[in-house]
Design a protein around this ligand. Structure first.
Ligand code: CP
Ligand code: NVA
Length: 310
């Protein structure tokens, strides 16, 4: 059994195995309906429990479809309907009960401490469906999408991130870039640089990462441009002040013109005003393919968790 909590903690050989399994499974589903199971039904009889303490559209639906297509089922728990949610039951007891009834648990939470606490008492795999520090399932799926579109060795990719470099997406993307040896240019305001612990980890691992304060310099010669909402879910900041700091970090057509001609634009969604409508809906944007790919990658993440990757 494996947990899927942070990209940093997962061996690169396993991350690569997840991606190649997703590719094979995706190719085999061309003639199948959305709810038809994969022929081998590898998770027949298994139930995935999901709980969201923050809103979700894509993660919720993609995990629902993923476990269904693997032959299993899912149940979404509403935190406010559990004893835990109203403070009447401990995380340790809740986690033990989840392990008694379920086969895997996917949690989207406001607290990394809570995620660790669940893990400590769990006997079933735990998946991080977004926490303040990480969004690993999204980022691994984005690596899959980049490979699918660019069709070249992932370590040859030059990626550019423009925007908030202190959030969960950025943390997971940095971890993935280090693991897969991807060159990453980051353009962000001075006050929103990547977290210091992560920077020392990058140095230790000889990561190919550069930080810029001008987006035009960062995107030069890049294959992929990514960004994310400036105000993340439950971000407890002065929103107007934060938005003001990002006024020179919006992805627009001119920014894209400094990248490679065949560069693509990716965004995990939901979006705010960090990207223009023209770019988001434009020719280079692959955001819908990116969103759908989450189903395929969640499936292989689940198989990894159940030790069932081929
Ligand atoms: N990208 C993503 O995780 O979307 P949701 O918040 O809708 O799940
Ligand atoms: N950084 C964003 C990602 C949303 C999928 C957030 O945490 O809200």
């Amino acid at each position: 059994m494996n947990n899927f909590l942070h990209i940093k903690d997962i061996p690169v050989k396993d991350l690569k195995k997840i991606i190649s399994d997703a590719k094979k499974r995706k190719a085999k589903r061309k003639k199948l309906n959305t709810l038809d199971p994969d022929k081998d039904v590898p998770l027949k009889g298994k139930i995935l429990l999901q709980m969201f303490e923050k809103s979700s559209l894509r993660t919720r639906l993609s995990f629902y479809l993923a476990i269904k297509q693997l032959g299993g089922g899912s149940l979404t728990l509403r935190p406010e309907e559990l004893h835990l949610g109203i403070g009447g039951e401990s995380i340790s007891d809740t986690s033990k009960i989840l392990s008694t009834y379920g086969n895997a648990f996917m949690l989207r939470t406001d607290s990394d401490k809570k995620l660790n606490e669940f893990k400590k008492y769990s006997k079933i795999p735990i998946i991080n469906g977004l926490s303040p520090s990480s969004h690993p399932t999204q980022v691994l799926s984005d690596i899959f999408t980049i490979q699918e579109i660019k069709k070249k060795s992932i370590s040859k990719i030059k990626l550019c991130w423009i925007g908030d470099a202190s959030n969960n997406m950025m943390n997971s993307l940095i971890e993935a870039c280090v693991k897969f040896s991807i060159s990453l240019n980051i353009a962000c305001p001075k006050d929103y640089q990547p977290n210091k612990v992560l920077i020392s980890w990058i140095k230790k691992k000889n990561g190919k990462i550069k930080i810029f304060n001008k987006k035009e310099l960062a995107v030069k010669n890049c294959d992929v441009i990514m960004t994310d909402k400036i105000i993340s879910l439950n971000d407890k900041v002065n929103k107007r002040k934060k938005l003001r700091s990002f006024k020179n970090f919006k992805v627009d057509a001119q920014t894209m013109s400094f990248a490679k001609k065949d560069a693509i634009f990716l965004h995990c969604l939901p979006r705010g005003n960090e990207v223009t409508e023209e770019v988001f809906l434009g020719r280079q944007s692959k955001v819908w393919q990116q969103a759908l790919n989450r189903v395929y990658v969640q499936k292989s993440i689940l198989l990894y968790c159940f030790d069932k990757l081929r």
